[in-house]
Design a protein. Sequence first.
Length: 510
Amino acid sequence: MLTFRVPLRVAIAVGCALSVALTATFAAAQEEPKPTPTPTKEEAQAAPAATNADTIKQLLHLLELQLQRIDEQESRAEAQRKQIEEMQRTIESLNRRLAELEAKTGEAAPKGLEERVAKLEATASTKPELPPDVVSAGNFPGSIRIPGTDAAMKLGGQVWTSIVQTFDALGSDDRFLTNSIPVEGTPEAGKGPRLSLWAGPSRLNFDVRTPTEVGQMRAFIESDFAADGAVMRLRHAYLQYRSFIVGQTWSTFSDPNADYEDLDFEGLNAENVTRQAQVRYIHALRDDLRLAVAIEFPTASITGGQSVNQVPDLIGRIRWKRGTGYLQGAVVLREIRGELESQPNVVQTAVGWGLSVSGIVPVRAWNEADRVVFQVNAGHGIARYINDLNSLGGEDAIFVPSTEKLRPLAARSVLVDYEHHWQASANLFGLGLSLPELRSSLIWGRVAVTNLAEQPDNAYRLTNRFSLNLVFSPIARLDVGAELIYGVREDKDGGRGQARQLQLRLRYIF
């Protein structure tokens, strides 16, 4: 027995066309007949054939219209499906960025970003939300209510595991310390390759918010295990009320929002980054323009002497946001005070100052999500704000041996990061695997110090650091990536050394 399979869309269209034709025929049959002239014999024979041809034409025309409507409906359904998938990808990307920002800065993400994520989740969701439980419902996203109190708490952090292969002589096995590259000809330059696997950068934080009679108070504390011996150390600990921040967090002179993606826990040599105690006030001049001023911990690292802290560092910054990018400028004014090791009770002072410009510039020529992250820093006595010099120590100022006078050192740094987002295949290598959020960063950092004639020949003069990585997020909040790092150090006398390192990292942000 033969059977014929008719496509559903064709069957529907034919059925609709026949239905319309039968309805028209029935309606015509109900009308009162009108007198017509008696046809001739030839006209009577031709009439049935003409009628049948017209009917077939009408049916074919109706069939064509129905097929066109079905095609349009399928196209709209496909477009809606793609739109929902795009929304889901956007939600995953925003959630990952939100978690990274909160984990890095220790500050709550901008309200607009949380609202955007919530709006997208509500739009793309195909299932109704479950009624919230009283115990788990907090006052801000991701928080829980502390039983018996009016406070809400959010637990966060990240699990960070790195495998580090160092190929050349370097002063660190688990990170890339550019300042520790030994120059050629020194005993340290003979150090061979070695491997390290560690999870010290893993961290834990608590975000607690409590309503009071005068407004909401926020307390944030974060620690990691990156100190020697995997001992827990303090990263952030501050209280936030309205526009005031009091406690330890990223310096106001720094820019943690310039969130370049480098897999090395040490970070870039040229980055302006430090955490210290402070009192900060933030004021919104406009929706897109914010001003911040602060007094901060004033310690200095001095060669040939010890710092004597007295006057806090005075810092001001302004940030202008435009679209997905922004521009920030900051200035610091500081008094460097120190005493000679041979004269512990005689304090000398010097003036230090610094300027910093940083930001993010969207670059849409290759991909809509591509961007450039940059930062430029320059000044006298600001080494503790530049990552590589802060790790090295003794670069804020020196006591000149011949005169025993305190002199600040001039330093400058620049970093540029190009971050590219790849269009990952939906079916990687035919295995049914995908690589969402596949991205790469090419980063360059340079630090230079203007050496004084009184400094020794092996004094730090400059470093260059290059890195290239490939990172993807198989699920939201999970990053897996690899990075190759190359660095060069040059001393005052021209001595040079170079080092290479490969890092593999897995990080889960919760």
